[in-house]
Design a protein. Structure first.
Lengths: 408, 138
């Protein structure tokens, strides 16, 4: 592989005004909440995140919106600054804009927010997301996901759905690694164990076993119904500022130690290796920037719309030996009490797939863990370093954010 | 299904070949690169001197899946059906549909198996311009 890291990457010195910091989180439960309104959810998590950051609404000068997938009108409302008005920031906010890269949007938005802070173009950034995917008409959403993000000239005529995309990736991953159906199912079971500890998770009240997974209907071989993510309503917001500002209001905050990414395809049919994607290259870039490696990681929050997507992410980021992630899930390595906690909120598969918000929830949980503010039964004790992995579209990109806890 | 405007200038020749039972890929007239999916400029040298080359149709099945539930609207009657990603012997790769075996299943298919292009009838290709592949006879 060619070395992509031979250029100098200037990165902010820790603790400086250019060093971006996560200082606030707001989240409400994921699941099916037909009576919860979209804007109500968005305002609620935004308010919680801003107050959590120790700020007043008027302190927010930049609003970065993560798109919703349940409908175009609500998305248009966001693009055209509706949230600014709903929060009473009109006349104060410098800019409001939407960032969109599908499931990796939270990584992209974080990167943009950090860049704006580092260059002095923003002081306090609100990143906000809400979706009503769980309450949207299922057929409409299946059609949307079969027609958008899949090339209509070349692949739509074959009748590809997102579960087919998951099936194609899983089939290749199992072939390449020799992982068994039981081992793949154990990934879903481990995530459910985490979800049972998360009051915000869609499936917090439902146990899952390997047997139940494997006896559920086959949807798109080798993926069973209980291995497909359940569309959910959900909302989460984060506030970022500079380290110098964070130090004024907080005893601890979370900084970005490094980031890496690779955009590898638009059409799944153009991806060279469905079992690997581009995690190794993205991870190398991020670790080099951070100056620490996989062996230093306390927890991982990696995109998991299907078990194979998570398994290949963990392997590519050096958090599991090549081809071994599913087997290590089966052995409990990533479960509560395991050696390397992964997706401690339950992930998309068990906390709920809130559209573009699934990745945002993973990121928020990573920040929460590093702030030592998860509920005690799932808090990773003494966690100081987390890996966040995101991917969007038909797993078009591999995005990595390395986060670390900072104390005053 | 394809009612919205698409890249007609790129699809017209490709679809027309599929309709004649032939699989073509794009070929750069300057650097000779074979390109899939068809592009406006060569993805190797940015030339716009692009033509077509018919391929043999043989390749390796990188991965596949059998859709059993939850088809997009208009595809419900096709269930179950299989799609796969094929790496052609000439280099380019593409996604298409897979013919079931004589027993009506896809049990013969495994990753890295050899497959060959075998077109669907012209009328089917006209409504759904997809390339179809079958398991190569060993």
């Amino acid at each position: 592989m060619t070395d992509v890291l031979d250029h100098e990457l200037p990165f902010p010195e820790p603790g400086t005004a250019a060093d971006a910091a996560f200082v606030g989180i707001g989240e409400i439960p994921s699941g099916k909440f037909p009576d919860r309104t979209f804007m109500g959810a968005l305002v609620e998590v935004s308010a919680r995140a801003i107050l959590d950051a120790g700020l007043a609404p008027r302190d927010i000068d930049t609003v970065l919106l993560i798109p919703c997938l349940h409908g175009g009108r609500d998305q248009a409302d966001l693009i055209f600054s509706r949230l600014v008005e709903e929060l009473g920031l009109n006349g104060r906010a410098k800019s409001s804009m939407m960032i969109h890269s599908g499931g990796s949007t939270s990584d992209s938005a974080t990167r943009v927010a950090a860049g704006l802070v580092a260059s002095g173009q923003a002081r306090n950034v609100l990143i906000a997301q809400a979706d009503k995917w769980g309450s949207a008409p299922v057929t409409e959403m299946v059609d949307m996901l079969s027609g958008f993000g899949i090339p209509r000239e070349w692949e739509v005529p074959s009748g590809v759905t997102f579960n087919a995309v998951g099936g194609l990736i899983t089939q290749r991953y199992m072939h390449a690694t020799g992982s068994t159906a039981e081992e793949m199912a154990s990934v879903c079971v481990a995530l459910r164990q985490w979800a049972r500890l998360n009051p915000n998770a869609m499936f917090k009240d439902k146990d899952l076993t390997i047997e139940r997974v494997l006896t559920s209907k086959m949807i798109s071989d080798p993926v069973h119904a209980l291995e497909c993510p359940m569309l959910a309503d959900g909302a989460v917001a984060l506030v970022m500022t500079s380290a110098t500002s964070a130090r004024r209001n907080h005893d601890s905050w979370v900084r970005i130690a490094g980031s890496g990414g690779t955009v590898s395809h638009y059409s799944l049919g153009q991806e060279r290796d469905l079992a690997v994607m581009n995690w190794p290259r993205a991870g190398r870039e991020a670790y080099e920037q951070a100056g620490w490696g996989p062996e230093d990681v306390d927890l991982a929050q990696v995109y998991d719309s299907y078990a194979a997507v998570l398994a290949q992410g963990l392997e590519g980021l050096g958090l599991a030996a090549e081809g071994e992630a599913a087997r290590q899930f089966a052995a409990g390595r990533f479960s509560p009490g395991g050696e390397l906690p992964a997706n401690t909120n339950g992930g998309l598969l068990s906390a709920g797939h809130t559209g573009v918000g699934g990745g945002t929830a993973l990121l928020a949980e990573g920040v929460r863990q590093l702030l030592w503010r998860a509920e005690p039964e799932r808090q990773v004790e003494g966690a100081t370093r987390a890996v966040i992995g995101g991917t969007g579209g038909t797993y078009m990109d591999s995005q990595v954010m390395l986060l670390e806890r900072v104390t005053r | 299904m394809t009612a919205e405007p698409i890249m007609t200038d790129l699809t017209v020749d490709y679809y027309e070949s599929l309709g004649r039972g032939q699989l073509v890929v794009q070929e750069c007239g300057d650097c000779g690169a074979l390109i899939m999916y068809p592009r406006y400029r060569c993805t190797e040298c940015f030339s716009s001197n692009l033509g077509w080359r018919q391929v043999e149709g043989g390749g390796i099945l990188h991965s596949f899946t059998i859709m059993r539930l939850g088809a997009p609207s208009g595809y419900e009657a096709d269930l179950p059906y299989a799609v796969g990603i094929v790496k052609l012997d000439e280099g380019p790769q593409l996604l298409g549909r897979l013919w079931p075996g004589e027993d009506g299943t896809w049990d013969d298919y495994v990753c890295d198996a050899r497959v060959t292009f075998k077109s669907a009838p012209a009328a089917d290709v006209a409504s759904r311009p997809a390339p179809w592949f079958e398991r190569a006879k060993s």
